[in-house]
Design a binder for this molecule. Structure first.
Ligand SMILES: *Cc1c(COP(=O)(O)O)cnc(C)c1O
Length: 345
């Protein structure tokens, strides 16, 4: 790996971050707060939230088995993705390499930051072609984006191949594990000490059933987390989201129950879906959704919309011609989907 300083944009490495009132004063005993120009009324909403979310990170550390000092929290994974560009990629000069097809935000954030995005197509069976991926790297490549289990294909990338990328590539490797809670493979966040160039992304939007509070996680070395904290908005996670995240972390038995139900539904829905005459293939999945190749994805999509059922048409995505991406819902929702499709003519 190159040194972190070599990988970081010079202006970010040299940045003096904004110092907020709550950073300067960390004592717990004070009772009179006249330092932040807050309104003294309307408790508790009058106060700025903890800029580093220490209580939440302490609880998350236990739930995820990662030390709090290795955690960054963002306004959704979206923020954790965007900041990777702002920290490491010089517009017009640096580039990133990613698999294709994959999650759309990596390329949108590249475009916003005016950074070249090199998409490397997966093999026809959606497995990683590591040689082709690494062949797209040049001396200006700062970041490689991997997503496992991958969206929209649903499969997990081979761990050995991911490790080959981590050990061969000289820059930052991001592994988006938004869906890793839906399989039993060991997640990469436990290997931070082996791979100092790795950033692992997780989210509250999927397993934790909290997409509305916009909370994403990045796990990385303390040095990379320090860069994240330098560049983020000072109070990027609002107080309501912090409170709600603390609450859902206390409800692990309920969350695990949802997980079991979703996995059970996945087990039942996939073979039933594969038997539909209009379904040509259902691809294996390690996530809470699956990809299915249809006879005519466009008209089936609109047929379902007319019946109030929304799925994702991925037909125009590489390797996904005539494919729909379907989220596993409640048993009732999944039955409504199958019932409607059995009547499709
Ligand atoms: C859904 C999803 C996320 C979650 O993004 P948030 O901004 O945290 O809601 C992240 N990565 C992938 C690949 C996803 O599919």
């Amino acid at each position: 790996m190159k040194t972190l300083q070599e990988l970081t944009r010079e202006n970010i490495w040299n940045l003096t971050p904004y110092s907020c009132a709550r950073d300067e004063f960390k004592g717990r005993e004070a009772s009179v707060f006249l330092d932040a120009n807050e309104n003294p009324y309307n408790t508790p909403y009058n106060r700025y939230p903890d800029p580093l979310q220490e209580e939440l990170k302490a609880k998350l550390s236990t739930a995820k088995g990662v030390p709090a000092k290795n955690i960054f929290l963002g306004n959704g994974s979206d923020e954790a993705i965007d900041l990777v560009y702002r920290i490491f990629c010089e517009p017009h000069k640096d580039n990133v390499v990613a698999i294709a097809p994959t999650y759309g935000m990596y390329s949108v954030c590249a475009d916003i930051n005016d950074v070249e995005y090199r998409a490397v197509t997966l093999n026809d069976d959606f497995t990683l072609n590591t040689d082709r991926l690494l062949a797209a790297v040049d001396k200006h490549t700062k970041v490689i984006w991997l997503c496992s289990p991958n969206n929209p294909t649903g499969n997990a990338l081979d761990r050995k191949e991911i490790e080959r990328v981590l050990t061969t590539f000289q820059g930052i490797v991001v592994i988006d594990e938004a869906y890793s809670d839906f399989n039993d493979l060991p997640p990469f966040r436990h290997d931070l000490s082996r791979f100092p160039n790795m950033i692992v992304l997780n989210t509250f939007s999927k397993l934790w059933a909290s997409a509305s509070i916009r909370l994403g996680m990045a796990f990385a070395s303390e040095e990379i987390i320090a860069l994240y904290n330098k560049v983020k908005y000072p109070y990027n996670i609002n107080q309501l989201s912090q409170q709600q995240a603390l609450k859902i972390l206390d409800e692990l038995p309920r969350v695990n129950q949802w997980r079991m139900t979703i996995l059970n539904e996945r087990r039942n829905l996939l073979p039933a879906f594969a038997e539909l005459p209009i379904c040509k293939a259902v691809y294996p999945t390690e996530a809470n959704f699956f990809l299915a190749r249809m006879t005519d994805a466009g008209s089936i999509y609109h047929y379902l919309v007319d019946r109030g059922i929304i799925v994702r048409n991925r037909s125009r995505v590489q390797l996904c011609g005539n494919c729909l991406r379907i989220t596993i819902g409640t048993p009732q929702e999944n039955n409504a989907l199958l019932g409607a499709l059995r009547q499709y003519r």
